[in-house]
Design a protein around this ligand. Structure first.
Ligand SMILES: [Zn+2]
Length: 189
């Protein structure tokens, strides 16, 4: 995504506005690794004289993730201790912007899990709950029978996994593990 160069552009949280060498971050923004990002859903205001950038928020009831929100997202990466989720819906509403969440291995299940790859794989569709938005990062949990993987795909061939006694690929028969929801494979998005 290109940096913002003019006032009035619509932005969402996490959208890059510029770098600290060119602007002073003002209200509605935050800084991470030398870059300035929007903290609000709103419109960019650039004060070129004072070199300040701010984001004027639009209506407060816009659909963005909050602590307690149940979200739907795609798993975009899985590491040994955490997975990254691209949030696509909050409740029943799709989002217009880009929101990323992170789930730590200790927040996956009430049961001990020693390998994140036994809970999630890249491309899985998941239902998670937001437990924190500290430092503008959405921290997620799946510690509920209603939360976890809704739809999953075979890591060998990409076929859809179905649940019988375990999760099995409809195409190649590969058996896989996930932290599934109680409505796995039939949940309404
Ligand atoms: Zn398969």
């Amino acid at each position: 995504m290109n940096d913002i160069r003019s006032s009035g552009q619509f932005v969402v949280p996490g959208q890059k506005l510029g770098v600290i060498e060119e602007f002073i971050p003002d209200s509605g923004t935050y800084v991470k690794d030398g870059c300035i990002y929007s903290a609000n859903v709103g419109y960019v205001l650039i004060d070129f004289i004072n070199k300040k950038v701010s984001v004027y928020p639009v209506a407060r009831n816009t659909n963005v993730p909050k602590v307690g929100s149940v979200i739907i997202g795609w798993v975009t990466s899985v590491q040994s201790s955490h997975a990254t989720i691209q949030i696509i819906k909050v409740g029943r509403k799709f989002l217009s912007g880009h929101f990323t969440g992170i789930i730590h291995i200790s927040d996956v299940s009430h049961r001990y899990l020693d390998n994140m790859h036994d809970a999630f794989r890249m491309g899985d569709l998941v239902r998670d709950k937001v437990i924190s938005d500290k430092n503008k990062t959405f921290h997620l949990t799946t510690k509920d029978e209603n939360l976890g993987v809704l739809y999953a795909f075979c890591s060998q061939c990409g076929g859809i996994l179905i649940k019988r006694r375990n999760l099995r690929c409809v195409i190649c028969g590969n058996i896989e593990k996930r932290k599934v929801t109680s409505d796995f494979g039939k949940g309404i998005l």
